[in-house]
Design a protein around this ligand. Sequence first.
Ligand SMILES: *Cc1c(COP(=O)(O)O)cnc(C)c1O
Length: 360
Amino acid sequence: MRKVFNFSAGPAVLPEEVLAQAAAEMSDWNGSGQSVMEMSHRGKEYMSIHERAEQDLRTLMGIPDSHAVLFLQGGATLQFAMVPLNLLGQNGYGAYVNTGEWSKKAIKEARRFGEVDVVASAEDRKFTYVPAQSSWKEFDGASYLHYCANETIGGVEFGFTPDSGDVPLVADISSNFLSRPVDVASHAILYGGAQKNIGPAGLTIVTMRRDLIGRARVETPTMLDYQVHADADSMLNTPPTWAIYVAGLVFQWLQRQGGVAAIEQRNIEKAALLYDYLDSTPFYTNPVEPADRSRMNVPFRLPEAALDEPFLKGAKERGLLQLKGHRSVGGMRASIYNAMPIEGVRALVDWMREFEKEHG
Ligand SMILES: *Cc1c(COP(=O)(O)O)cnc(C)c1O
């Protein structure tokens, strides 16, 4: 058993069971005499790992046959470009909801390829809420509607699936991937990097409506065309084999936990433990509208910045790691992804209580 709890926003904590299995199989996978890292990606051993990972992900998320699953690279950041390149056509426009730092990055990148209309923004209140859909501008003529389902930095999460009518709906789910059920069928594209809630860095997962594949602009680089990856079953070139293997182990672990609905219940419980404590004292503050608070990333502040250093030092002594907030917002942030046990959240709350007693 490890003696630390890692609250990193990403790369982030992985289930101990998964790490133990990966370690046990490190130099000899399943009697093959090879590490997964050493296998040809076109050999039958690796192919079986790859296919099972996709199958298990389909089962966990309820991904219908109408949607392709792509294992890509380049992070969610590359999707900020791939989405417009593949969906805008020559003169379409992208509709974007702006709920924070990651939305802003997606918007900025899309502007390189065409028109963007920000149909709703939470900037007026420093990105502390999700604007109700009734307040959004019309986007009937858009090529797609994009939103970030969980703002990892601001700690703001959508509690609903936007209604986009006939407009293809696209979501960045990097930091709440597999943390709660998602209505896959009503999303044209869901994408996210693996390193927050799924596995090692280096893998980006995309699920995409097959009928929207094949619309990339002519100048789109081969590697950025969804069609090419879909046709090649994510084996256009060498895929991130090790990352896909570990992600596959995480999918199996999730199934043993009872699947996404079961892990959601645990995530609700963990988040409530932390938010209830935050709300019980004026010492710590979280600025986010309660209904829109993220279950995955919980930013909070101490009464003065001078206390940050001693708080982090004491946390580290107790094995509570990586609690420092994002450099753009300061303060603290606890990321409590699927693999964070509730004991970790309890240990954090215990430390927060103790620290408050000392300094409050
Ligand atoms: C981390 C993150 C990204 C960027 O992911 P990379 O894989 O590093 O490119 C984008 N969107 C969200 C919501 C994130 O949390």
